[in-house]
Ligand binder design. Structure first.
Ligand SMILES: [Fe+2]
Ligand SMILES: [Fe+2]
Length: 307
């Protein structure tokens, strides 16, 4: 007989009242208001008519469709991690600012998926699933949904790993994409997504600054471990960038699609340009986490060296 699964926070009784709505973390409340003011619609706020497919070869278009479809799949992951965190905020009866911000954060992740989907559609058609899916299984998920619902893991570990680690890395790559893309529509899409992501990252640092002082040494150790796992085992295993993944037919296919997309100026980037971006981001994350009471170790990867 299968063993009963471990209890999650969903198994706990729910207590909603009294409702607390007054601001408790002003910085996060400000982010919520900024998000509410900066809503956009991928269907109408991107000048899709400026996308001129005649400039690109068939091969480049297929590569770019693959790349943008893959971006959409990654955003789908964010759409489901966001509500998992929202449940945690509610169940733990945390500051209302977190819940308010995450209602919009979830919407924003859905909007990113839609923007990426529309980009693929406009390039010739969204692709439903990977052409080769061997390596999907190894890095398709960073485990955040499970972490968010695990009562034994401090929420700070999940936010630090997901937001101050993974989302921070993703943001820097997006910023880099705005510099290497040349297609006007690709630039509009990455800029629009980036403007939301800057708030997502700011949320993580504000949350951690607010909480870190009340954590025990054991909890800080758990935060550190979660961040290390996210960087070393998820990011450096190709979660966001296929060239970091162990070589196999699936990652090779993705690397090819990325290069075609980058050559066309349609939004992706390539190993040689991304290496310094990745290293610099991780070094900055390490520096920013020093006041939390730990120093991330030196990481090593065959393509990145030790840094
Ligand atoms: Fe996103
Ligand atoms: Fe995000």
């Amino acid at each position: 007989m299968a063993q009963a699964s471990e209890a999650t926070i969903i198994d706990r009784p729910e207590q909603r009242f009294p409702l607390r709505l007054a601001p408790e973390i002003p910085q996060i409340r400000k982010l919520f208001h900024a998000s509410a003011k900066n809503q956009w619609d991928p269907r109408t706020d991107i000048d899709w008519h400026l996308l001129d497919l005649s400039k690109y070869t068939e091969e480049q278009l297929l590569g770019a469709r693959e790349y943008w479809s893959r971006r959409a799949w990654a955003e789908y992951g964010a759409i489901s991690e966001s509500p998992a965190l929202q449940i945690r905020f509610c169940q733990d009866r945390l500051e209302p600012d977190l819940q308010l911000f995450f209602t919009i954060r979830s919407q924003e992740e859905a909007r990113h998926a839609e923007a990426c989907y529309l980009m693929a559609e406009n390039l010739g058609g969204y692709i439903e699933e990977p052409f080769v899916s061997v390596y999907q299984s190894s890095v398709a998920t960073h485990g955040v949904r499970k972490m968010a619902l695990d009562p034994n893991l401090p929420l700070e570990a999940t936010i630090a790993a997901l937001v101050c680690g993974a989302e921070e890395i993703a943001f820097d790559v997006f910023k880099h994409l705005t510099e290497v893309a040349t297609d006007p529509v690709a630039i509009q899409v990455v800029r629009a997504v980036m403007r939301d992501e800057v708030r997502h990252c700011a949320f993580g640092w504000a949350f951690m600054d607010h909480r870190i002082k009340s954590l025990t040494a054991k909890q800080i150790g758990e935060v550190e471990e979660a961040v290390i796992i996210m960087i070393r085992d998820v990011e450096m295993n190709g979660y966001h960038s296929a060239w970091l993944a162990p070589e196999n037919p699936a990652s090779a296919q993705e690397v090819r699609a990325d290069r075609l997309t980058w050559e066309a100026g349609l939004g992706a980037t390539v190993e040689e340009l991304e290496i310094p971006v990745f290293i610099e981001t991780v070094q900055r994350i390490r520096r920013r986490m020093l006041p939390w009471g730990f120093e991330l170790p030196i990481f090593e990867h065959p393509k990145l060296g030790a840094f």
